[in-house]
Design a protein. Structure first.
Length: 149
């Protein structure tokens, strides 16, 4: 019975994906440090991964319930988490046109755009999809995202 309760708590914790993972630097050993925050409340700020297991750790840190974009293919480099749904978010200047892979673990589709404020739609990725490398035509072209609820 206690094992079931612990499992339920872990599941609940993993499904409560929030923007709390943002504004951190994570090393391969799992430590994190704060980085500077954004002045634009509609911008998504990055989480930086460093070290030898950074790619593996980046995929692992995209929690159930989150939509995450990654600077490099295979979940490498910097990770960006979409803070919430039902709103268009512009990527900050440090992330703009740099995404090469994504994982939509959220419960709604993730629409990606070339240009701020949802200017030109590139594509849509279904809810709870697999981690993917972006096709060449979308690579390093995402400037804004939208996840309807």
């Amino acid at each position: 019975m206690a094992l079931i309760a612990v499992g339920a708590i872990l599941l609940l914790t993993s499904t409560m994906g929030t923007a709390a993972a943002q504004d951190q630097i994570r090393t391969g050993s799992g430590s994190a440090a704060s980085s500077t925050g954004a002045t634009d409340t509609h911008a998504i700020e990055p989480v930086y991964f460093q070290g030898t297991d950074a790619g593996i750790e980046a995929w692992d840190n995209c929690l159930h319930g989150q939509a995450c974009l990654f600077q490099n293919s295979n979940g490498g480099g910097t990770m960006w988490v979409v803070p919430s749904c039902n709103r268009v978010y512009n990527l900050s200047s440090s992330m703009n046109n740099r995404a090469s892979s994504l994982w939509n673990r959220a419960g709604s589709p993730l629409n990606v755009y070339n240009g701020n404020d949802g200017n030109t739609m590139l594509g849509s990725y279904g809810a709870y999809g697999p981690p993917i490398n972006l096709p060449t035509s979308f690579n390093d072209k995402i400037s804004s995202v939208y996840a309807p609820c």
